[in-house]
Design a protein. Sequence first.
Length: 241
Amino acid sequence: MKLSIIIPCYNEKDTILEVLERVEQVPIDKEIIIVDDGSKDGTREILTRLKEEKPELKIIFHENNRGKGGAIKTGVEHAESDYVIIQDADLEYFPEDYPKLLKPIIEGKAEVVFGSRLLEKTNPKGSIAYYLGRYSINWVVNILFGVHLTDSYTCYKVFPRDLIKNFNIESRGFELEAELTSKTLLSGKKIYEVPIRYKPRSVEEGKKINWKDWFKGALTYLKYRLKGKGSLMNEEKEEKS
């Protein structure tokens, strides 16, 4: 089984090379897709040099910032492997956990796997605001969809390529996480969660999500819950037309 690793990247010059090195060292069959989303801090120049040095990498540049959703949509369009995972370009997540995420799929226990930061009890909780934000946004999706997820806003989501390609991603910002979770549940796929490690960074260190994104996420969950399965059918028609 081969894994497409999509790395959306915006102004991460201090971490992108270390993230890439750690991803490359994971002993699995993989392709790496980096999407620079209009970086202006020197990240673009780093990736331009890298594209020449490592032609085996797929490095795509957006001329203008399209948000995380736009970057992942581009990455999905270029993915060619059996499964797709999203990897942030910072150092909050641990690529070394990929085998743990793939294990339920390899064993035939799951098709879609989310890495849960809350299930790993050794993880630091970060600030109270971010902890409560994660907890309460999970409450929203669980109430609306009748599920029992612990971490719907995790970066580490593993999808069959054909499934995520059919999602026709609409979101630009962090509400993408709510869109991907909603569309997975509406498609009838169960989400299997496994514990993952997590090292939160502060706003001063470059963390971009904020309280406004909580409201965007909650409204996104509500939107897709109200649209129901009909929204997926409409998107499939758009793909075929």
